[in-house]
Write a protein that binds this ligand. Sequence first.
Ligand code: ADE
Length: 286
Amino acid sequence: YQPLQILGIYRIGIIGGSGLDDPSKQIFQPRNIIKREDAKNDFGLPSSHLYVGSISGVEVVLLSRHGPGHKISPTGINYRANLEAFRNLGCTHVLASTACGSLAENITKGQLVIPNDFIDRTIHRKNTFYDNTSEYYEGVRHIPMFPAFDCKTMDLIEQAAQNLGISVMKGATVVTIEGPRFSSRAESNMFRQWGGHLINMTTCPEVYLAKEAGLLYASIAIATDYDCWKESEDNVCVSDVLAIFKQNVEKVTSLLIKSVELIGQEDWTQSITNAKNLVKNSNVTH
Ligand code: ADE
């Protein structure tokens, strides 16, 4: 699959988060299923099988972040193996869906948001490809994190939402906590003071590992709760998160599908070159 990139053909990896555990049920009938075991790479096993198919003529690979039946915890997810599996299949882009708590008054339940920045509070995860696990990733790299997400991909998601008449907010800072517990009220208020707009357990390290792998990454977040800072609202609980996601899963799915269509109409040569050069120029090993 690797030469696809050279031909200027794009392939988009889609990561289904909580509530989109079996993305191939919602998104397409896969043409090909690559078993987890067969997608094993230098970093180990991805979370689920990889479902290969196409949307509006654009090649797409689907993956479930927590695996079937949501058996993998946020800490236990092999983020590196997931992204490396995409890269090995020639993916150029990653679109990720994520259920988030809202840390902002104006981000109401069910609102879709395209994050543009993050605050990383994770502590127990592999946070780089460049640790001599794989020969492909050599040297020590210090990758700049502004902009954290791919701006052109974010713009196209916004455009896709406009085309569909779906309300979406672009530009939000997502705080990723280690979990599995939710935040205390004091933490939740602190994250608000820090400038966080959303809170989840998976954007980090996914977003910056994607950057290390030269993949163009953007995320569609859905606000499912107000965490526990807002006194007039119920505290976050799992059943509410899943219920709100379920109510909005069709909206998220149609936005993913439209975004793929629009991404497929663009020329990405420069973006892909820039992403790869950023990684190349971030090597300090000599
Ligand atoms: N995912 C959905 N809601 C969340 C919250 N309040 N905190 C962390 N992760 C979440």
